[in-house]
Design a protein around this ligand. Structure first.
Ligand code: CO
Length: 138
């Protein structure tokens, strides 16, 4: 693991979440992005080397809608940046963690991501993420 990349927070309404976190952190969010495949709108705040990611459901079947229904708004996941997501997935699976996706998938913020089941990680939904380096020479 390289560092704590972000903390994901489930919110009912991303506009009011943005306003609240801008007040809390003293700075506006710097971008918003929809991840249609996951049914979420996301918004990002920078905190030093790490970020806060707000997540709002875009449909009732979204994992975020289900999370909020069950547990209310709040911390949803923590994300660690890794250098090689394939290697980390293999290592963690061998260590007994349950991977929620067998292959990395494309997440927000130009990243490959993989989630670990909270039951295998002390109740914490863990996201591994690796930045996708676009080859600008092509
Ligand atoms: Co995340």
């Amino acid at each position: 693991m390289i560092r704590l990349e972000h903390i994901g927070i489930a919110v009912k309404d991303i506009a009011s979440g943005n306003a609240l976190f801008a007040k809390l952190l003293g700075e506006e969010h710097y971008k918003m992005e929809e991840v249609a495949s996951e049914g979420v709108n996301t918004s990002f705040f920078r905190i030093g080397e790490s970020k806060v990611e707000l997540l709002e459901a875009t449909n009732p079947d979204s994992p975020i809608a289900k999370f909020i229904e069950k547990r209310g708004e709040g911390i949803h996941h923590i994300a660690f940046e890794v250098a090689d997501i394939y290697a980390e997935m293999a290592r963690l699976q061998a260590e007994g963690f349950t991977l929620l996706n067998a292959e990395p998938k494309r997440g927000a913020d130009n990243k490959l991501v993989c989630f670990l089941h909270p039951k295998s990680a002390n109740g914490v939904l863990v996201e591994l993420c690796q930045s996708i380096i676009e080859d600008s020479s092509i």
